[in-house]
Design a protein around this ligand. Sequence first.
Ligand SMILES: [Zn+2]
Length: 590
Amino acid sequence: MPDQVYNEWINRVREATDIVAVVGQTVQLKRKGRKWWGLCPFHVEKTPSFSVDPDKQLFYCFGCHTGGTVFTFLERVEGKDFLTVVRELAERAAIPEPGRSPVRERAARERGRLEDILEWSWRFFTARLAEAGGADARAALAARGVEGGLAERFGLGYAPPGWDGLVRFLSSRGVEAEEMVTAGVAVRGQRGVYDRWRDRLMFPIRDSSGRVVGFGGRALREGQEPKYLNSPETPVFRKGQILFGLDLARAAWRQGRRPLLVEGYFDVVACHAAGLEQAVASLGTALTAEQARILARHATEVDLLYDADAAGQDAMRRAFPILAGAGLKVNRVTLPAGKDADECRREAGDAALAAAVEARESFLEGEVRRLAARVRAGLAERTQALAEVRTLWQVEQDPVRRDLALQRAAEAFRIEIPMLAHTFGRAQGGGRHTSGKFRHTMERVPRAAGGVPPQLVQLLALLMRFPDQIGVVQAALPGWSAGSPLARAVEALAADAGAGGLETAEEEVRNLLVAATTVTLPPLPAGMTLPDLARQYLQAALLEYVRARHQETVRRLAAGAGAGWEQEGKQWLDRKLELEAGIGRRRGEG
Ligand SMILES: [Zn+2]
């Protein structure tokens, strides 16, 4: 489709979307003045530096300098690509996409059809649970203390024992056999298709917006195998990308409750029954990085409540690096009774289960304690245990937890903290440092320049308000600045002076431009023209850039970089002196 039509469509969708409402689904926002504020979902913080500007329809974090439009926000938070995000918002706002290809039209229609089939299947299962034939399934639920309201909230159902109950029901609604197989609710056999689930308690699996995308069927009788039978992967059901209970838990997470990750469907239901509505489960498969990212989008911390047996504890140890890798602080819950949440609740009561969750401890610390108990078992065992601590320690991302674990390990293994820190640090290349009082014992690594260059931001702020000055600045840009963030940002502005440029700009440039929208410009100094001011801002931004580059070469040379860097360093030094002289001269004149 032509660019202009496409951009108009994007702008229409953006205008039709309330960024405060969209962001508010993930971040708790409070209004202060013209803007809304909350805790940034992109970095860990305790005081809000994340702002949403409803007038400009932009968000910006003053802590980590992430910013952009509602599209950028959803791209980051939901891990979807730009076009998918725009399309979803367009659908919500009922703004048709111009010239959508027939292939895409068909894919969307097919998806809608699958969703219908799953919805019908789900209604079929819930109706069967209520009938006489569903008595055993209802008894199984009652035995677990799952009362009517709860079964309804989860939309539980029952698949009857026959071979074709669902198939016939769907046929009567005009669903083709092939469609049933694609939706995963029927299986193709030698004599046509038959129901995938027979005589099973049915758990509908919903996506984050509450649509049924698949099912988990639990065996009701001894010897019925497998115990759990899930939907196969389909165009709408990707096991590794979904969490059971997500649609219900999100409300609790938004209220600030930590996600509680459990193992099975019944654990989630049991947690809800005990008032722990923040519980979700990975679908009988090992936790995936994508599932961890879903959690990380909504929270900074997660509590693990896995089965108390060896298999559950091992699964938890496998989950830890995946969750920590997604930037989450990981806690573990120790059950006072029973082997899982469901048993605990029935043996010790709802309050005991809730209290156990509240009393969670840092996963790393718990592991250090467990491993430290092996200290007295002899040298080989001790070395092995320490190696395990080190592995876990290196997985942990949270500096406070790392320090604490280091301290605990030092006590348990009787090694001086600096020595231990050094061992742990060197094993991973001396790269990461810990925070606080141990920092001095570790090799300090220069941080990447994460901050936004203030002079450049000021220049961009001026150009955004006075786009007619873009040409002035472009003409004054020295050749050597080509490719710098400065030149790229000016280029992006020249290509599209409006906010539309924000969407297409690469991330670094986009963050600069969004930062620029937050700057308040001082009034034009007396006796100065706008082009003068633009050029003055440019000189300051160039100097800022050149100084940073020069510093970089100096640092590299000090670290033993090759002769090429000497030449490079000299160039930046010359440019720096030249710019400094120029700015000094103008000051002298003024
Ligand atoms: Zn941030």
